[in-house]
Design a binder for this molecule. Structure first.
Ligand SMILES: *Cc1c(COP(=O)(O)O)cnc(C)c1O
Length: 460
């Protein structure tokens, strides 16, 4: 498989180069040159076997079947459920797919457990090392750290804002005892952390000297890994399904859209958001204008610009890279993305519907689910999507609706307690989290200081 940039002006690359590069040199995102067709009939008996069938065409010839099988087996052995991503029925024709049984209790583990291992494999092959630097407001940091835990060719430095993550989120990052893992508290905000990461990447000399790399959500391999659960879930039903997806950077629902392109029996998609509803406004009113981010109970969706949306735009534009580049540049400059109304309508019809819910509705939905199911607990991100599923699809005769549960309720104990009056317990493998020793350091909100620390931490 070869990959091309959504902005049409970067070298065409194979899988391994795309994996390590992340962003294309023209600022675009990599997309496969063509969509492979799902292997039918499948001979897979397990999630991992189906994962290998689904992903193999995307990674060949750079990575062979045996290697992919080995890496996927290791990645998904870290999940605490034998089905990896089990389906749970919550109502007539309403299902939840639990994507949170990975080590850090967030759906990002599905991608990052595999991507860390893919990175390490390719780096070992090439005799290279990288330092992954990232900023986190909480969830992504721990999933990225856990994804590279045993990796010999990767150091990881994660910056988080001192005192501004939840205790669970901080502990998940700081109690990891591995020589290649460094969680650093910055005396500043999440935006300060993110600005410093950007500045380190823009400092070309520093970037090259330290072999900086990123595993952010625009990395193609993350999207690829996520297509698998759409395939396995939809294949469990004997009529096409609808997925309802709590959406932030658009990576998750994009993976579903790709699964459908490959032939998975998917009817359409519903995306949900909180009050940060730029995507919902785009889908419903053709209004893609960025506004200030408002903090909510579902912080992983507190996003204004959805980075992976560019991949869908590229498809909407009939894969015209020049047109996509122009639209994205105008969006950056003006905060407003203009798409032809009929082009958008034609593309979206039968594909994507959307709804947004504020915190009050989200809490009410968590309580409603708890009551009607006799005790099933969902966290706030998931609740926006069950609410959207019910509002847009309940009893419309369209067949099963599967809501993706993107985090374990114990990751958001305060919101859950507020909704149902019960504090969810951490699962067994994290039950002693609060007794584990924290290893962290605090640095001033100053680029030169942070750069010096990155060099010191990763020196060998
Ligand atoms: C990251 C995240 C999302 C948003 O996923 P995208 O791929 O960015 O759309 C939703 N819910 C949770 C819990 C997340 O961590």
């Amino acid at each position: 498989m070869k990959y091309l940039s959504t902005r049409g002006d970067a070298p065409v690359l194979g899988f391994s180069d795309v994996l390590l590069a992340g962003l294309a040199t023209d600022g675009g995102l990599y997309m496969p040159e063509e969509w492979p067709t799902l292997k039918q009939p499948s001979t897979a008996r397990t999630y991992v076997e189906r994962a290998v069938e689904v992903m193999l065409p995307f990674v060949e010839p750079d990575i062979d079947e045996l290697t992919l099988t080995h890496l996927a087996t290791e990645a998904y052995a870290t999940f605490r459920h034998p089905a990896v991503v089990p389906l749970v029925q919550i109502d007539h024709n309403q299902w939840v797919q639990e994507l949170f049984h990975g080590p850090t209790l967030a759906f990002k583990d599905v991608a990052l457990q595999l991507v860390g291992r893919l990175f390490d494999h390719v780096l070992a092959q090439r005799g290279e090392r990288v330092t992954i630097v990232g900023a986190t407001s909480g969830d992504t940091g721990s999933a990225a750290i856990d994804g590279v835990l045993g990796c010999e060719n990767i150091d990881i430095v994660i910056l988080y804002p001192l005192g501004r993550t939840s205790d669970v989120q901080r502990k998940q990052m700081t109690t990891v005892d591995a020589p290649n893992v460094h969680a650093v508290a910055v005396e500043g905000t999440f935006d300060d952390c993110q600005d410093m990461v950007k500045a380190m990447f823009n400092d070309v000399e520093f970037r090259q000297r330290n072999q900086l790399s990123a595993v952010n959500s625009i990395n193609w391999a993350r999207v690829m890994a996520q297509t698998v659960y759409y395939v396995t879930a939809s294949e469990r039903f004997d009529e096409p399904v609808t997925f309802s997806v709590p959406t932030g950077n658009f990576g998750n629902v994009l993976a579903g859209w790709i699964a459908r392109k490959m032939g998975a029996p998917i009817r359409d998609f519903i995306i949900s958001s909180n009050t940060n509803d730029i995507l919902t406004r785009f889908i419903n009113d053709n209004d893609m204008s960025a506004r200030a981010v408002i903090p909510s109970l579902s912080p992983s969706m507190d996003i204004q610009v959805s980075s992976n949306f560019e991949r869908l735009l590229f498809e909407m534009n009939g894969r015209d890279g020049g047109m996509t580049a122009e639209q994205m540049q105008r969006f950056r400059a003006t905060g407003n993305l203009a798409v032809e109304a009929d082009q958008r309508a034609e593309f979206l019809s039968g594909s994507i519907r959307a709804a947004a819910f504020d915190d009050e509705h989200t809490l009410a939905e968590m309580k409603r689910i708890y009551d009607v199911t006799g005790g099933y607990v969902v966290e706030p991100h998931t609740a926006t999507a069950t609410a959207a599923a019910r509002m847009l699809s309940a009893n419309d005769g369209r067949g099963p609706v599967i809501t993706l549960a993107t985090a374990h309720p114990a990751k958001f104990p305060d919101a859950v307690e507020q909704a149902i009056g019960i504090r969810p317990a951490l699962p067994a493998h994290l039950a002693d989290l609060f007794d584990r020793e924290e290893r962290t350091q605090t640095v001033a909100n100053d680029l030169a200081t942070v750069q010096a620390l990155v060099e010191e931490l990763t020196a060998r």
